[in-house]
Write a protein that binds this ligand. Sequence first.
Ligand SMILES: Cc1cc2nc3c(=O)[nH]c(=O)nc-3n(C[C@H](O)[C@H](O)[C@H](O)COP(=O)(O)OP(=O)(O)OC[C@H]3O[C@@H](n4cnc5c(N)ncnc54)[C@H](O)[C@@H]3O)c2cc1C
Length: 408
Amino acid sequence: MSSDQHFVIVGGGLAAAKVAEALRSRDFDGHVTLFGSEEYLPYELPPLSKEHLAGKKALTEFTIAPAQWYRDHHIEVRLGTTVTGLDTAAKTITLPDGSAVSYDKLALATGSTPRTLHVPGADASNVYTLRTIEDSDALIALFGNARRIVVIGAGWIGLETAAAARAAGVEVTIVELAELPLRTVLGPEMGEVFAGLHRANGVNFQFGAQVEAILTEDAVAIAHGVRLADGSTIDADAVLVAVGARPNVRLAADAGLAVDDGVLVDEHLATSDPDIVAVGDIAAALHPTLGRRIRVEHWANALNQPAVAAATMLGKPAVYDRLPYFFTDQYDLGMEYIGHVPTDGYARVVVRGDAAAREFVAFWLDSENRVLAGMNVNVWDVVDRIKELILAGEPVDPDRLADTAASW
Ligand SMILES: Cc1cc2nc3c(=O)[nH]c(=O)nc-3n(C[C@H](O)[C@H](O)[C@H](O)COP(=O)(O)OP(=O)(O)OC[C@H]3O[C@@H](n4cnc5c(N)ncnc54)[C@H](O)[C@@H]3O)c2cc1C
């Protein structure tokens, strides 16, 4: 690849940093520029709701590479710079000062933004979301002062933050529209496990509950609780809104790239424009093994897709076919999940081990007893085996799978 080429990366998170790294490790010797909105070098997000929030890890420990690494690898990093426009015909991006930057190949890695609530009081100063290091630092300060908080949403971020708050001695009420935590991602069987875990650690749940308003003192716009649709209220010193994230696809959509729930990419991670790839949270990628397009907001995806995207930018054949993989840590529960359960669901969940003791492997099976996904909870070194079962695509014997005395 000739050295006068300019490859541009838009986005300042894990996926963006890994594209830069992969380009250099594939010996691309052209110019690489990474534009990121935040003032920080790319860092990992999982610690923001776990070790960092618990005061156990500083930002430097989860910054992907230090400034010197970018200098050594001749990667120009433009922090605090939000790319505002993309012209695919001219092959330029636009910067906030109106200037245009030309690219030969472009990688989009713009990540996600937390969803907000459209209810009265949502803009009060002590209503929080969690996506950035600044958000996490603000919550640390909050946990030092608050006696009780309300968390809206019992998804991963809401639950992990609740666990950190409980560890800091803060009372937590989680308000959730569904009847269980993680209902849509794990289903009711495993939702119960997480409900039990949090109850055992002193979290109050309000399920089937819709927040109608965040209550504020009119004059100061500081939240002091929430009102639910049934008219009941919950007092709180602060509110965390953890109702999911939406992919940052505006740049791609405005430029006319094919966009649906995310930026549509093929198995090579190329967008509808062959000179542009998309990676990480925004990529709705055609998955060759699963035979459909999936978009996942997972750390492993942002970590691993960039190698394929960089190859595609360099005109080398590469396909992204890893199964989705996710992990969480809450209290003394650590888990990994691999696989993908389609929106039309699963037929049954088989548990191998002791769900009550929170030490088990769960398998999601389809109607023909094929394994779609597996989750190991406080059981380790089994992800490869679960992966084999999924990729084999063969029916399994559910009773044998559940029998801890039998091999699997
Ligand atoms: C608190 C938290 C905890 C998590 N924990 C886990 C976990 O335990 N396990 C797991 O698997 N996943 C977890 N995730 C999800 C995982 O971290 C994400 O899927 C992953 O970080 C996505 O990486 P990304 O690079 O695509 O996006 P991001 O990390 O969101 O990075 C995108 C970056 O691009 C910047 N940007 C956006 N638009 C522009 C623009 N126009 N110009 C320039 N820059 C722009 C953004 O400011 C941001 O810095 C967690 C996420 C959060 C928020």
